[in-house]
Design a binder for this molecule. Structure first.
Ligand code: AHG
Ligand code: MN
Ligand code: MN
Length: 300
């Protein structure tokens, strides 16, 4: 992966950040595979505090990132505030250290999601990002990144190094798989009409409940749509703009797909704060356009 970044003449410091994130993921995958599923705030027999895996993942990334010497600020889903590391730092990060951590006990796939910004401001629209990546901890450990020149997939080998699987992933205009989050009886008319439309078209339901594997499926199969819509009882949706949606929107757009909140491009939204949530429809362009059209027709 380092070679891939070098060949593409990426900035050396950015290369360093991405490679350090890749190294962090080795420790995270080890913790997932063999670590305690303990709850944060409790102590073990020896009086040592037990860490929830997502707190551990957060610490692993934070520590490595701080040591790069090029990070200005860090916003993590596990932290209530933005941490300033060095106001003159070159890059800032917004990350979800372990998305889907509640799926670890049932042994389903989980992931790490990271958005990279230039300068110190992570509260700018996602289109200002200069890079994004996710790591998927599944039966195999894979890493998908983009620095604005396509979206590329790597897989961890026996030496725990990431080697190239696929360069310039492409998402087809229309797909025949869909991953619908949230509770169907809470769907609003436009979203319900969209899902009925997909079913009538013969689209296959492919939902794992983990955002990273669900998005990875759309990217790697090269078609389909993921949605976690606004719900009647959850009008702002569930997923977080900073930590989850922006990085995925960046990666999917770089692969020729689209990401919308039903009305607007995700990457154009101005974050209202670190907790900002948004509905999301993401994947094949025509599918995203279709749901926007149905929401406009049936919900305004
Ligand atoms: P997190 O584990 O970081 O809180 O987020 C989990 C997310 C995401 O992985 C998935 O798409 C969604 O939550 C599923 O949520 P519900 O099962 O609550 O609908
Ligand atoms: Mn999450
Ligand atoms: Mn999380």
């Amino acid at each position: 992966m380092r070679r891939h970044l070098r060949e593409r003449e990426e900035d050396r410091d950015l290369t360093r950040v991405i490679c350090e994130l890749a190294t962090a993921s080795r420790y995270i995958i080890n913790s997932i595979r063999t670590g305690e599923l303990g709850v944060a705030g409790t102590s073990n027999l020896y009086g040592e505090s037990q860490l929830k895996l997502d707190v551990l993942a957060d610490r692993i990334i934070r520590k490595r990132m701080t040591h790069t010497g090029v990070i200005a600020s860090i916003a993590s889903e596990e932290d209530g505030e933005i941490q300033i590391i060095d106001p003159d730092g070159k890059y800032s990060l917004a990350f979800d250290p372990l998305d889907g951590s509640s799926l670890v006990d049932v042994n389903l796939a989980v992931g790490t999601i990271v958005g990279i910004y230039k300068g110190a401001d992570v509260l700018s629209p996602g289109r200002e990002m200069i890079g994004a990546l996710y790591v998927l901890y599944g039966p195999r450990c894979t890493l998908v990144y983009s620095t604005g020149n396509g979206t590329h997939e790597f897989a961890m080998n026996a030496l725990m190094e990431y080697t190239l699987v696929q360069e310039n992933i492409q998402i087809a205009e229309q797909g025949n798989i869909y991953a619908p989050g949230g509770t169907r009886n809470q769907y609003t008319p436009g979203v319900e009409a969209f899902v009925s439309h997909l079913e009538e078209r013969g689209s296959k339901l492919r939902y794992s409940g983990g955002f990273v594997p669900d998005i990875n499926q759309v990217l790697i199969k090269g078609h389909g749509v993921f949605l976690y819509p606004h719900l009647k009882n959850l009008p702002r949706g569930k997923l977080r703009l900073l930590y989850e949606l922006n990085p995925m929107a960046f990666l999917v757009e770089q692969a020729g797909g689209a990401a919308s909140n039903g009305h607007q491009r995700i990457l154009d939204l101005v974050p209202e704060g670190i907790e900002h949530r948004e509905p999301v429809f993401i994947g094949s362009k025509a599918d995203v356009a279709k749901v926007e059209e149905l929401i406009r027709a049936l919900e305004s």
